[in-house]
Ligand binder design. Structure first.
Ligand SMILES: *[C@@H]1O[C@H](CO)[C@@H](O)[C@H](O)[C@H]1NC(C)=O
Ligand SMILES: *[C@@H]1O[C@H](CO)[C@@H](O)[C@H](O)[C@H]1NC(C)=O
Ligand SMILES: *[C@@H]1O[C@H](CO)[C@@H](O)[C@H](O)[C@H]1NC(C)=O
Ligand SMILES: *[C@@H]1O[C@H](CO)[C@@H](O)[C@H](O)[C@H]1NC(C)=O
Length: 503
């Protein structure tokens, strides 16, 4: 067969795999066990001395017989802690790295090869810029512990065409066991074209409404997104730059993700996530550009990371538990948020979230829990500790009336909040120090405050006192300013729901 035929065959296989995995992903979000049991391709490895190009791999991929692995043509593998020396450099799979040529196919080919070898390494070399369209590094049949060594730059397309009618992500890793993305490289979403066209359908961060003070001098600082005339061309969905889905033991370290069209780094249905020593970088006025977004993920650690973006630095959504965030810098951005939970009467469960040793500078919010009226479920066991804020509009927020439209109707059910601890929250604010707005039917319980010292940036910012509504708990120390709106003790029995009752 000619190489051309092999190429087409591989393409067909890849496309069907992609379609299959996309369908699987959206329809079976909760059937985590299936990919755990996924059959592995047993492959034997043959090393070849001469330089091997992508077409050979495609041949092997297509025939599924004894793949011949490209020998490392660049000096040894990075220190990954693995013994394996099997590396796959995208340049050997036809990638140009000139920032102009579409290198998507080369990345796909490199992945197809690496996928077959346990603990192999894909290399994206430094000093090159790779233009790569939407791509899924899909792994239900991949070997474990693959390393994606990113030292160069991956650039997103600057037009919407490759995203068709809309995709949830640009770069995706799915259904892998042990995947590490590391290096000193960049993932550049070149999101400016997506930001300028801010459609009115996009949700605005809802606290804008509740924090606008009577004195308009602060309101001028709030972001007002602009609409432009490009509306027709842009897909409705803006992609996340880098998304991990349905994977175990995921590590992201060293890299910088910048200027994403939307969220920068997302974990969905993952168990065992470690993010450290990396950066997210995009402007304060880039709409909906969360730094790190967690959903349905457990055993997550995020530390020593700098997050600067236009929305939440870290956003924790339903299904998350045992999340530990520490030594993070946040700003600009909207702070660290749990929620919005319970939208459209959904059930949300979040437990055991620790956020400590965090610096926030010039952010909209500090630490925030936001839920929609009408939801159900529970948030339990949250610790915010040693949070240093400076020039933060509202450092501490619980908002159970979250609403990103102008009006949401009052409803009686709510996501129950309990066991929320704030300790050593210090620094300066520009609008209001503390805002606790809990549900009428299900008040917040066990909200404790210890060593809170929040001062207006300047006296002229002292426009609001702390606010509490239906918030039960305890003060363990005097606070600055005095917070005397917290209700001592517990609400009526029928107004308490525990995590185990509802989740
Ligand atoms: C609003 O704030 C400005 C300072 O930013 C102050 O000069 C002005 O007097 C305030 N207006 C009112 C009505 O409090
Ligand atoms: C994830 O890593 C932990 C610790 O290294 C290990 O015990 C566990 O088996 C790994 N999980 C999977 C699914 O491989
Ligand atoms: C939260 O942590 C407690 C104590 O470590 C543990 O017993 C509980 O199972 C955890 N909850 C969840 C949902 O993981
Ligand atoms: C909804 O509830 C809030 C708080 O109890 C109240 O201030 C507001 O008037 C209510 N709105 C409607 C439309 O009933």
């Amino acid at each position: 067969m000619s190489p051309f035929t092999f190429k087409s065959l591989t393409l067909v296989l890849l496309v069907s795999l992609l379609i299959w995995s996309a369908t699987f992903g959206t329809c079976n979000a909760r059937r985590g066990k299936h990919w755990r049991q996924s059959r592995r391709f047993r492959t034997s490895m043959y090393k070849k001395k001469e330089k091997n190009h992508g077409s050979n791999h495609q041949h092997n991929h297509g025939s599924r017989s004894k793949p011949k692995i490209s020998p490392p043509a660049t000096p040894g593998p990075p220190k990954t802690g693995h013994n394996s020396a099997v590396i796959f450099d995208v340049l050997h799979f036809g990638a140009k790295g000139d920032g102009k040529t579409d290198d998507t196919k080369a990345f796909q080919a490199a992945w197809a090869a690496a996928c077959k070898v346990e603990a192999s390494t894909i290399i994206i070399p430094s000093k090159y810029e790779f233009l790569v369209g939407p791509i899924s590094f899909s792994g239900p049949y991949c070997q474990h512990n693959i390393v994606f060594q990113l030292d160069g730059t991956i650039l997103a397309p600057t037009n919407f065409k490759p995203f068709g009618s809309g995709l949830y992500q640009w770069l995706e890793f799915t259904k892998l066991v042990g995947i590490t993305v590391q290096g000193k490289g960049f993932i550049d979403g070149r999101g400016a074209i997506w930001w300028q066209d801010y459609s009115s359908n996009d949700p605005l961060d809802g606290e804008v409404e509740l924090i606008v003070p009577l004195n308009n001098s602060v309101a001028e600082n709030l972001q007002t997104p602009v609409s432009s005339s490009l509306v027709g061309k842009m897909p409705n969905i803006k992609p996340t730059a880098l998304r991990f889905y349905g994977s175990f033991n995921v590590t992201v370290t060293g890299i910088t993700i910048r200027n994403s069209p939307q969220c920068h780094l997302k974990f969905d249905n993952c168990v065992g996530v470690s993010v450290y020593s990396m950066n997210v970088l995009s402007p304060a006025d880039s709409p909906n550009t969360d730094g790190i977004h967690l959903q349905n993920s457990r055993e997550v650690v995020i530390h020593n990371t700098n997050l600067a973006c236009g929305d939440d630095c870290i956003s924790i959504q339903t299904g998350c538990s045992n999340v530990y965030i520490h030594n993070v810098n946040c700003g600009p951005g909207h702070g660290i948020s749990i929620g919005g939970l319970g939208k459209d009467n959904t059930k949300a469960c979040v437990a055991n979230i620790t956020v400590r040793d965090v610096n926030m500078h010039n952010t909209m919010n500090g630490v925030r829990i936001k839920t929609w009226q009408g939801g159900s479920g529970s948030v339990q066991g949250v610790l915010f500790s040693n949070i240093q804020v400076s020039e933060v509009q509202v450092p501490i927020i619980i908002d159970q009336f979250y609403c990103d439209k102008s009006k949401c109707k009052n409803q009686t059910t709510a996501v129950a909040l309990s066991g929320i601890t704030y300790e050593r929250i210090r620094g300066t604010y520009t609008v209001k120090p503390v805002h606790f707005a809990c549900s009428d039917s299900l008040p917040c319980t066990e909200v404790t405050l210890n060593t809170i010292e929040l001062k207006p940036l300047q006296e002229r910012y002292h426009m609001y006192d702390p606010f509490c509504w239906r918030t039960f708990g305890e003060l363990y120390s005097e606070t600055v300013p005095p917070i005397d709106c917290l209700k001592n003790g517990k609400p009526l029995k029928n107004q308490i729901q525990t995590y185990h009752d509802v989740c």
